[in-house]
Write a protein that binds this ligand. Structure first.
Ligand SMILES: O=c1ccn([C@H]2C[C@H](O)[C@@H](COP(=O)(O)OP(=O)(O)OP(=O)(O)O)O2)c(=O)[nH]1
Ligand SMILES: [Mg+2]
Length: 151
């Protein structure tokens, strides 16, 4: 059944080395993230990181971004995360989507072509500009931060 939620279409270009790989897709009916797979086979040594090829490029509609987030199962079981989480894919980026993985675990982690390595969350972008001023309005918090309200 098609989702009743509003949806946007994102143009996706399969690169030569993406031949045969699945298009990023939601694993369940109400998943927020689309799982994306690796186009490469590699081993991430403990502490190692790598920009993993996905075999796809995309044209995100203006006004949207794609966030790249870790998969919790890989994080919990193997310490595999993204050092830049959430990675930001800009609407004007036309290069290959790469997933920067880091192995925070203590064992080498092997990735096969076709393994689901991260998830993509599509989000609207709010554009803003800065207006420079001499004084800011008062608030109860003021300049308190970094634990100022206690543990
Ligand atoms: O996990 C990521 C993060 C970024 N990118 C691509 C798409 C994004 O639009 C571009 C730039 O990303 P970002 O702005 O985070 O990196 P930067 O270091 O600021 O590079 P740039 O100077 O190219 O903006 O790199 C990826 O493929 N994967
Ligand atoms: Mg940038």
């Amino acid at each position: 059944m098609p989702s009743p939620l509003p949806s946007i279409e994102i143009q996706l270009k399969r690169l030569p080395h993406g031949e045969g790989l699945p298009v990023p897709a939601y694993a369940t009916a109400h998943a927020a993230g689309m799982d994306v797979v690796s186009a490469e086979e590699l081993v991430l040594t403990p502490g190692g990181r790598h920009a993993v090829a996905t075999g796809f490029a995309m044209a995100i509609p203006e006004g949207y971004e794609v966030q790249v987030r870790p998969r919790s199962g890989l994080a919990l079981k193997h310490g595999i995360s993204l050092p830049n989480t959430p990675g930001t894919i800009d609407a004007d980026y036309r290069g290959e989507l790469k997933i920067i993985l880091i192995n925070l675990g203590s064992e080498p982690f092997a990735i096969s072509r076709g393994d689901r390595i991260a998830q993509l969350v599509v989000a609207p972008v709010q554009i803003a500009s800065f207006a420079e001023v001499d004084m800011l309005d008062d608030t109860v918090r003021g300049a308190g931060g970094f634990g100022s309200t206690g543990v």
